[in-house]
Design a binder for this molecule. Sequence first.
Ligand code: CDP
Length: 237
Amino acid sequence: MAHRHVVVAIDGPAASGKSSTAQWVAQRIGFRHVDSGALYRAATAAQLRRSTNESNWTEEQVCEAARHVKLLPRGTSFSPLIDGENVDDELRGLEVTRHVSRVAAMECVRAWVNDRVREAARDNDIVVDGRDMGTAVFPDATVKVFLVADPWERARRRLVQQLGRSPVDEEIAEETGRLVQRDARDATQTVQAKDAILIDTTFLTQEEQVERIVALVRAVTQREDTTSAVDDDSGPG
Ligand code: CDP
């Protein structure tokens, strides 16, 4: 049987912990991590460098701006660069977060991101996170996980990450509002695959959710190995 690269697809709504979990899982199992959201963010950042006035943006311009973004392997991961420049901090900024859903709704941007992610999977076993990785992009992914968590808890975690301290309730309430709004704007592209395993992380630690996914990947890949060994044994004739 021709070797097929393994894809672990982790999807879920905003700030459900997909990227950090995917990064961690990838390190544990020796795969590379691909963050599809970072590509949408990079396309948005590239367009914001040209014009900050969103009302004038056309789909054509945004896709032309996206061509300045390259996805390159770095360590155990892949990073989007804009004109060769590392832009990790810019991608997580408020401006990009505010505009990214509009950009992600553009068909040509979705096609561009999907091509980049599939390219990465051609030569690597990957853990990829996003919203439609287990449905539109890799419908035959080896393992599919859909991560959810209570919006208040998602907001709290995102703020701890951003502020580096425990947020107060008013801050969490405000961030919850922003997250719920972004969930609504992203709703059409956030799809749980029928064969995805749902993990609610509201009451799980990061270590626990990583452990669960690593265990799932090991169970499924071992099962696949056994099946192909049986297939091979049955051989011709
Ligand atoms: O980390 P967070 O959940 O806040 O967002 P992200 O994964 O960095 O994704 C940023 C934005 O990209 C989302 O709000 C979606 O609009 C878009 N996105 C998408 O449409 N499809 C994906 N597969 C991944 C991200």
